[in-house]
Design a protein around this ligand. Structure first.
Ligand code: HEC
Length: 193
């Protein structure tokens, strides 16, 4: 056989093998084709990124303080119906979410670790309070609110914020803020019992 003929025979037998094999080869999905006149695919979406929008102070007033005081009102007396307990639980969960929002705004210079730790403490304490409310457990809920207040105060102290959060107090917070630290924590203790 001359070389050209040999190659031809090999080629033909190769083609025959393909014919036999072809039906069992799994179908490959067709590559995407651009349809004439159609817009090209838009560029990949940018990855969503969390970024702080409001001032920390606004979160304090609008979320931390308002939900804290709301809980305080709810828990002044034992809530009587399931709806009130559910509301209290919701407010506690909003405090926990506030902690998540705080984690987006650590101080720029130093103290970032302390900030994150304090925010996580708030989230944990508020989560426990939410569970106590879900269990309709009045004693645990009141104690839980005291623990939440402690986490508020620990962060305030660490970052030299003069606001002191004292649960179940009658007087406005301004007067308490002037008292020495020792009396404050004593007050917190008393309020929990
Ligand atoms: C991770 C730290 C952190 C935690 C936790 C925290 N705070 Fe604050 N809080 C701050 C800082 C910082 C300020 C000062 C904000 C400013 O004036 O810019 C502040 C200020 C405040 C103020 C004063 C706002 C004003 O108008 O001057 C109130 C009220 C307040 N916090 C309530 C709370 C309550 C209630 C909690 C707990 C449920 C809480 N905070 C937990 C950091 C924290």
């Amino acid at each position: 056989m001359n070389p050209i003929r040999l190659r031809r025979v090999l080629f033909l037998s190769g083609a025959a093998a393909l014919l036999v094999v072809a039906p069992v080869v799994p179908q490959q999905p067709a590559p995407p084709r651009t349809v004439p006149g159609q817009q090209p695919a838009p560029p990949a979406r940018t990855t969503p990124r969390l970024e702080p929008v409001a001032e920390t102070r606004l979160l304090m007033e609008g979320l931390a303080q308002s939900n804290f005081r709301g809980l305080e009102r709810m828990l002044t007396r034992k809530p009587e119906d399931a709806e009130s307990w559910a509301f209290a639980r919701g407010q506690a969960l909003l405090l926990a979410e506030t902690a998540n929002l705080l984690m987006l705004r650590p101080p720029r210079n130093s103290g970032q670790d302390a900030w994150m730790d304090r925010a996580m403490d708030l989230r944990a304490a508020a989560g426990r309070l939410a569970r106590a409310a879900a269990d309709n457990d009045y004693e645990r809920s009141r104690a839980g609110l005291g623990e939440v207040a402690n986490t508020c105060n620990r962060c305030h102290q660490a970052f030299r914020v003069t606001t002191r959060i004292v649960p179940f107090q009658v007087e406005p917070p301004q007067r308490k803020a002037a008292l020495p630290e020792r009396l404050q924590s004593l007050d917190n203790e008393l309020a929990r019992h």
